[in-house]
Design a protein around this ligand. Structure first.
Ligand code: B3K
Length: 885
């Protein structure tokens, strides 16, 4: 497999101006005719025209109407090459045949439960027709689709419907025209038995946009929330970013098979059904929130990335980092900002930090890759990329950020550009000093920032000394200091924010406050390996509140004592930092008990920690979802990441111990929370009701850890009386914590009730596979052959296989049974769907973090996979070989 480098980017020698596609769909094969007007970049500079094409059967190729003869073109496994095309503009026509029903990779054109649909990002278009499959080729498309009318009554593509009609032999056709130039990764086609929920949206300039959400007829009632989310997202995008949707129709199609969540194809978004379909009885609050967020994401992509796209796939974060930031902001505005930020930061810590510290670490904009789909890892390109965009906003303020966005669109509308172009727009619109900021795009690894503080009572100054290092990552042994925005405030002994006046830094006194308006939070621009910020006019020794709102994706190591942390937990006006104080205390506690566990000492729970949790539980002024988050202990993965040698058994035992002790000591408080927060009325998706359910169900989770008949009764009661999936599933999760009859009966009952609903059954699979009950691998083997499982469906693979890898004790079982299970699955899955297989194999990537026994066992599986006895895809090879390196 060949590695591709960012530094090797070259402009294309040929551009495409218009592309007319014609599809004849049928059960055995699909014929694709493509007519492309080709424009050489430098007129007369004749060079071969290399078209990408994978799994295509070429029927004919013509240039300016003349069939090409032998010698004028050749084919290899991945290309069609025109050896000496004409020197001026010309028309290229190809006819190819493809087999969508055999396409289990789910890239290109494939069939999902009787529906033809496409997935072209990143490199799926080359599985449809011969093309220069790269995002900097932007052309205007038309698309004619012909198919059997009774099997495929609905025929959709991008843009506007310009013609449709019936044909002989029970067939019909539809012609679509997209007025905007687009890269081929935004092309889409859908054909099937679908019905739509219709609505409309009037843009700020008064244009009426038809909104349609398409599903198989039986699923249509479950699209109400998706339509609500679509309208809310379009309105938000206009209000906050001034972006108006540019076409007269916005289609969303829900399909049950897909490797991804959703795809922003121009005016024809294709969504995984789990991100469209919801009803109170079948979807949880988390599902409702994901639908809102992902629709927000795709709407935002439709209005920005479909207008300004990436020059090449190294720049993926240009559109996706920006869009994740925007969808996070949208969800924050629709619910609780603090709770959303806590959720996003937890994800960052669980996935991004871990990836950034392992063999697959790469910068937000990678320098190289073998397979772009494999490499465009969501946590580094999307989530860390979103943090980079958030830092622009933190540094520039809301208005400055909006000015930067406006300039970006003004400069680049209709173009394919780079991360530098985005950076330049932000800088130029604000005349900002962004020294060392671009390094966020090119340096991998999570920066470690250490801070020490000191107070000088005589001079009334408070000093913060920072030092930063970025750890070495594969291929990048030495790093430069970066620009890190650290939002900071000072809190006085009564718990109030102190007004900030000025800061001495870098030989200069900088005013923080101007005029009468007090300022309580300032953004410190940390840019060097070591530097000091001295706050002046500080009347008493403050407790600093650092990195407010998590203003940069870093590890912050401060000299705050436990007392300081308990103080911040009780008083910080920055709610995020209240939660953070609780998390730091939780991490310290867990790590100290891990040492006890390893030394075989008795585990102990600090009474101060119990008291802190109790205060949060009883504080009526706090948001209920915030309480639920604050009393949730840091995840096991996060703690393992902080250890020299990760010890899953110790971390698991400690987390279980602390949970159980808290439940024991605060049993009455938890019982009260369950009683006080039960759902009585109809399910409502809003923050107040979600918060109530979150708190009740978190309390239930704690109680479930107790060995107590009365509690088992309570859990069963909650399960049976639940009126919505959030409550029913939370009760089932709680009951399933312990092996036994109650668990077996409840799981069987749940399956009986919901076996007709695939999305609910997937939750049932995930709950069992991720269970930490001893020896669960046997159960997961059994589930592989259960009627509810299908290795070809990515949602089921995610539920069962990824779910299993999320269980530290069973996946990392010391007898190697978990690793062996995954090794076997990867080999099977790779033959069907390399993209999914590569996602799964990445669970092995951090094998060197474990003890020697586990290392050897995991390494043996990776070696078996790359030994290639059964062959392997580039996707799997890239992850497995980099993990072994
Ligand atoms: N841009 C798509 C994802 C495509 C992933 C292809 N491997 C939609 C999204 O980012 O949500």
């Amino acid at each position: 497999p060949k590695e591709i480098f960012l530094k090797d980017y070259k402009l294309p020698n040929y551009y495409f101006d218009t592309v007319d596609l014609s599809f004849s769909l049928s059960e055995e094969k699909t014929t694709v005719s493509a007519k492309i007007s080709v424009v050489p970049r430098v007129d007369g500079a004749a060079s071969p025209l290399v078209l990408d094409g994978v799994d295509l059967k070429l029927i004919s190729v013509k240039v300016n109407g003349n069939e090409l003869k032998e010698g004028e073109f050749y084919l290899d496994l991945r290309h069609l090459v025109l050896t000496s095309p004409p020197s001026g503009n010309f028309i290229l026509e190809t006819v190819t045949e493809i087999l969508p029903h055999k396409n289990t990779s789910l890239e290109g054109l494939y069939k999902s439960c009787g529906i033809f649909c496409t997935q072209c990002e990143a490199e799926g278009f080359r599985k449809i027709t011969f093309y220069q499959d790269r995002p900097d080729i932007m052309a205007k498309y038309t698309c004619r689709i012909e198919a059997d009318k009774s099997l495929y009554p609905v025929l959709l593509s991008n843009g506007n419907l310009i013609e449709k009609g019936d044909l002989q032999g029970g067939k019909h056709f539809a012609c679509w025209e997209d007025p905007f130039k687009k890269p081929c990764y935004l092309f889409a086609l859908v054909a099937g038995q679908l019905e739509s929920r219709d609505d409309n949206f009037t843009t700020s300039s008064g244009r009426k946009v038809a909104l349609k959400i398409w599903t198989p007829p039986q699923d249509l009632p479950k699209t109400e929330h998706a339509m609500y989310s679509l309208k809310a997202a379009m309105k938000w995008d206009e209000d906050v970013f001034g972006r108006e949707y540019d076409l007269d129709i916005f289609n969303i199609v829900s399909v049950p098979d897909g490797n991804l969540g959703a795809m922003e194809n121009k005016s024809l978004n294709i969504f995984n059904s789990n991100l469209v379909l919801a009803s109170p009885e079948t979807a949880t609050d988390a599902d409702y929130a994901s639908i809102l967020g992902v629709i927000g994401h795709e709407v935002s992509l439709s209005s920005n990335a479909c207008r300004v796209t990436c020059r090449d796939w190294f720049q993926l974060s240009l559109k996706e980092g920006l869009t994740v930031f925007r969808d996070q902001e949208f969800s924050s505005d629709m619910g609780s900002r603090t709770v959303k930020r806590i959720g996003d930061v937890s994800k960052l810590r669980t996935y991004q930090f871990s990836q950034d510290a392992g063999p697959m670490a790469h910068p937000v904009r990678p320098h190289s890759y073998i397979k772009v789909q494999t490499h465009s890892c969501v946590c580094l390109v999307y989530q860390k990329g979103a943090e980079v965009v958030r830092m622009y906003k933190t540094l520039l303020g809301s208005q400055g950020f909006r000015k930067g966005m406006d300039l970006y669109f003004q400069r680049h509308d209709g173009q394919a550009v780079t991360c530098e172009d985005f950076f330049a727009a932000m800088r130029d619109a604000n005349h900002a000093d962004f020294t060392n900021f671009l390094l966020w795009y090119s340096q991998a690894g999570t920066p470690i920032v250490k801070v020490t503080s000191s107070y000088n009572a005589e001079a009334r100054t408070f000093s913060l000394k920072f030092s930063q290092t970025v750890p070495p990552t594969p291929g990048q042994p030495v790093k430069e200091p970066m620009l890190i925005p650290v939002a900071a405030g000072l809190i006085d002994s009564s718990g109030k924010d102190m007004p900030l006046s000025s800061i001495f830094h870098d030989g200069k006194l900088e005013h923080v406050a101007y005029g009468d308006q007090p300022v309580y939070t300032t953004v410190l621009r940390v840019t060097k390996g070591e530097e000091e910020f001295i706050f002046s006019d500080v009347p008493q020794k403050p407790i600093p509140s650092l990195l407010r709102g998590y203003s940069a994706p870093i590890y912050l190591q401060s000299d705050l004592t436990d007392d300081d942390l308990f103080f911040l937990l009780a008083h910080d006006s920055d709610e995020f930092n209240c939660w953070e104080a609780c998390q730091i205390l939780g991490r310290k506690l867990m790590l100290s008990q891990v040492v006890n566990f390893q030394k075989r000492n008795a585990l102990v729970l600090d009474p101060l920690f119990v008291h802190g949790i109790k205060c949060i539980l009883l504080d009526l002024s706090l948001d209920k979802e915030f309480i639920a988050k604050a009393i949730t202990l840091p995840g096991e993965g996060e703690i393992m990441d902080m250890m020299e040698v990760a010890d899953p058994d110790a971390v698991h035992a400690v987390r279980k111990f602390i949970t159980k002790q808290l439940a024991f000591e605060l049993k009455q408080e938890f019982l009260n929370l369950v009683k006080e927060n039960r759902s009585s009325e109809k399910y409502v998706f809003d923050h107040t009701n979600m918060a109530r359910r979150a708190l009740k169900n978190t309390a239930l989770g704690y109680l479930a850890s107790l060995e107590d008949e009365e509690i088992t009764e309570l859990l069963l009661h909650e399960y049976k009386t639940a009126t919505n999936m959030t409550d029913q599933f939370a009760a089932l999760v709680a009951i399933s914590q312990k092996p036994g009859k109650a668990r077996d009966d409840a799981l069987a009952d749940f399956y009986n009730q919901w076996q007709h609903d695939n999305l609910v059954v997937n939750k049932w699979l995930a709950l069992q596979s991720s269970s930490d009950i001893p020896g669960n691998v046997e159960n997961v083997y059994k589930l592989l052959s259960h009627e509810a499982f299908d290795l070809k469906n990515p949602n089921k693979v995610q539920s069962l296989i990824k779910g299993f890898c999320a269980s530290p004790v069973n996946f990392h079982a010391k007898d190697g049974s978990g690793y062996k299970f995954l090794g076997e699955i990867v080999v099977q899955l790779d033959k069907l769907n390399p993209q999914m297989a590569s996602h799964m194999v990445s669970a092995f990537s951090r094998w060197k973090r474990y003890d020697e026994t586990r290392q050897n066992l995991a390494k043996a599986q990776l070696e078996m996979i790359v030994s290639g006895k059964d062959g392997f895809s580039e996707n799997v090879y890239e992850i497995a070989s980099k993990s072994l390196a």
